[in-house]
Every structure is written in structure tokens, then in C-alpha cells.
Design a protein around this ligand. Structure first.
Ligand code: NDP
Length: 328
């Protein structure tokens, strides 16, 4: 019998947490033969709701779920953690300045990074979902100097999945026929979904579409603004698809990308493609054996260069702002 994997989820009582926890417990995060122990971190006001969710998890009698612990103490929540999903964050409220937003999130992600540094298992893998995800990941990472930097990642998989879906709808292809799509940059409205290296059933996607106006005026803004469109339609934010993307991100990280394909992850830049070293930016990555590599050698045309640079500039600005606040 396998030792259970410790999975910590922050903001566990929130909307995304509610859509996420049941799939972790049923084996979708790591694999259908991997037992898990859940640690749920919440702020004190969220503890009671987290207990309610834990009661429902019990009531599912999931064979793979070997325990649930609920706490408001990061040191307890991350003790021995193998996988950490940082979902809880301070949302931007009306009239809030960016500096206030970054400072509020620094107050969450800095102590969590330190707790991960001091208490997590040696093989810890961290995914930041809570926004601004890339910069929150940067803050957590900076507070964890003993953890290899590449273990801190930010989620752009939802953007990646949205882009695949839009491209499939445009071309009539099956989503499973679309490979090598890339999200570059920040998980924000400046993100750049790139189809120039993507393939549809083995043929180049940009050539198949052959419509730069659609690309610039429809595809890119539709993907980048999809979150707002869902809030408009549903009256609530995209919790289930965000949870699904978090599952996909970790599953791919642990279990590997398919031969000939890649995925998109916010990872610490090594300077590839002119992205300043140390920024947590989305790149095309392949994964194998629990590790990942940034795909190298892709040719970046002018259309892509401008858009990648704009999103990376936003990341650099966010980094400078949190540096000024003493958060990194
Ligand atoms: P959600 O569960 O809906 O969202 C949580 C975070 O995920 C937000 O920062 C949200 O960003 C982000 N997110 C990233 N991608 C997406 C996406 N595609 N769609 C929607 N959200 C996305 O928020 P709730 O308010 O329902 O729940 C948050 C929970 O976190 C609360 O229970 C709160 O108590 C808890 N919390 C816990 C903390 C902790 O454990 N220390 C700290 C802070 C909060 P965005 O704001 O842009 O929507």
C-alpha cells in the first residue's frame, strides 16, 4: 500500500475550494491509485464552512481519502505537505489601489511561503491560484529560500484550456487534436495565447486558421477576458473551470506531458525568450518524472514578441511594486 500524499489547500471554504476538494479526494489530482491526506487552511471566519465541506467529503466515502485536517495556522497546514494549492487570496474590491491589493496579498503569501520553507516535505510542489497569481507566487517563493525556486508555480492552465476550446470551436477540430498551444506572460488581461507553434491534427494552427484579424481582435481578447464574461453570464466567477485547471496543472506536473505536446505553466524564468530572470511568467513547458523544462528554441515572430513583452513588462512592474513594499 502506498503512503498517502499530503495535499494542502488554502482558501478551502471558497468557491474554487468547493469545486476542487472532491476531485482531489477522488483521485483526479495525482492518479486513481494514489491515497491522499487533505489539510485545509482557512482564515478563522472560514473554518466553520471548511468543516461543513469536510463533512461532505466524509459523506462521499472516497476510498483514496485518508484524512482531513482543518486549521487556520499555516505552520500546521504545510507540515509535511507534498503538494500545496494556494487558492485563498485577497480579491480586489471596489476602489482598491494596486498597491493595497499587493500589500494585502503579501500579508497572506509571505507567511505561507515561510511556513512552506520551514515545514513542507522535501518534494513540495506549489501551485498558486489566488490572484494576482504570478506575483503571489513570487512573494511566496522569496519567503522560501530553502525550497528550490522551480517548485513555486502559478496557474495559467485555465487560460491554456480556454484557448484550446476557442481554437477547437473556430476550426471544428476536436480539443484532443490541438497540441503545443502556449500561454505566455501574466495570468491577467495582458496574457498572450500563442497559436503560431500550435498544431491541429498535426498541421500548423496559425496557417490552418489563416486569419490574423480573428487572432488579434477575437481570439486573444476572448481568451484574456473570459473570466469577466463568465461573471457577466453566471453572476459568479469561474470556480469549477478554475478548479479543473488546477487539477490539470498538478496532474500534468506529476504525471508528465504527452510525447510531442507541451502545456503552459507560470514558472520562474531562467531568462528564456528574453523574460527577465526570476519573474514568474507563463511559458511552454514539458514535464516528466515530476520535473519540468521550459521548451527551448521556438521562433518568436513580431506579432508574438510585442505581446509577450507587454505581459512581461506588467510582471516586472508588479515585481518592482512588491519589492518596494518589502515583500520580496
Ligand atoms: P474563489 O475560491 O472563487 O477564488 C479564490 C482565488 O482564486 C481568488 O484570488 C481568485 O481571483 C482566484 N482565481 C484564479 N483564477 C480564477 C478564475 N479563473 N476564476 C475565479 N477565480 C480565480 O474565492 P472565494 O472568495 O469564494 O474563496 C476564497 C476563500 O479563501 C475564502 O473562503 C477565504 O476565507 C479564504 N482565504 C483564505 C486565506 C488563507 O487560507 N490564509 C487567505 C485569504 C482568503 P480573483 O480575485 O481575481 O477572482
Amino acid at each position: 500500500t502506498r503512503t498517502p500524499v499530503n495535499v494542502t489547500v488554502t482558501g478551502a471554504a471558497g468557491q474554487i475550494g468547493y469545486a476542487l476538494l472532491f476531485r482531489i479526494a477522488s483521485g483526479h489530482l495525482l492518479g486513481s491509485d494514489v491515497p491522499v491526506k487533505l489539510r485545509l487552511l482557512e482564515i478563522p471566519q472560514g473554518l466553520k464552512a471548511a468543516e461543513g465541506t469536510a463533512m461532505e467529503l466524509d459523506d462521499c466515502a472516497f476510498p483514496l481519502l485518508r484524512g482531513i485536517e482543518i486549521t487556520d495556522d499555516p505552520d500546521v497546514a504545510f507540515d509535511g505537505a507534498n503538494v500545496a494549492l494556494l487558492v485563498g487570496a485577497r480579491p480586489r474590491t471596489k476602489g482598491m489601489e494596486r498597491g493595497d491589493l499587493l500589500a494585502a496579498n503579501g500579508g497572506i503569501f509571505k507567511p505561507q511561503g515561510k511556513a512552506i520553507n520551514d515545514h513542507a516535505a522535501d518534494d513540495i510542489k506549489v501551485l498558486v491560484v489566488g490572484n494576482p497569481a504570478n506575483t503571489n507566487a513570487l512573494i511566496a517563493r522569496s519567503a522560501a529560500p530553502d525550497v528550490p525556486a522551480e517548485r513555486f508555480t502559478a496557474m495559467t492552465r485555465l487560460d491554456h484550456n480556454r484557448a484550446i476550446s476557442q481554437l477547437a470551436a473556430k476550426t471544428g477540430a476536436a480539443v484532443s487534436d490541438i497540441k503545443r498551444l502556449t500561454i505566455w506572460g501574466n495570468h491577467s488581461a495582458t496574457q498572450y495565447p500563442d497559436i503560431f507553434h500550435a498544431e491541429i491534427a498535426g498541421k500548423n494552427a496559425a496557417e490552418t486558421v489563416n486569419d490574423e484579424t480573428w487572432l488579434a481582435d477575437t481570439f486573444i481578447p476572448t481568451v484574456a477576458k473570459r473570466g469577466a464574461a463568465i461573471i457577466e453570464a453566471r453572476g459568479a466567477s469561474s470556480a469549477a473551470s478554475a478548479a479543473n485547471a488546477a487539477i490539470d496543472h498538478v496532474y500534468t506536473w506529476v504525471n508528465g506531458t504527452a510525447e510531442g505536446d507541451w502545456t503552459s505553466m507560470g514558472v520562474v524564468s531562467d531568462g528564456s525568450y528574453g523574460v527577465a530572470e526570476g519573474l514568474i511568467s507563463s511559458f511552454p513547458v514539458t514535464t516528466k518524472g515530476g520535473a519540468y523544462e521550459i521548451v527551448q528554441g521556438l521562433e518568436i515572430n513580431d506579432f508574438s514578441r510585442t505581446r509577450i513583452d507587454a505581459s512581461v513588462k506588467e510582471l516586472a512592474d508588479e515585481r518592482d511594486a512588491v519589492r518596494e513594499l518589502g515583500l520580496i
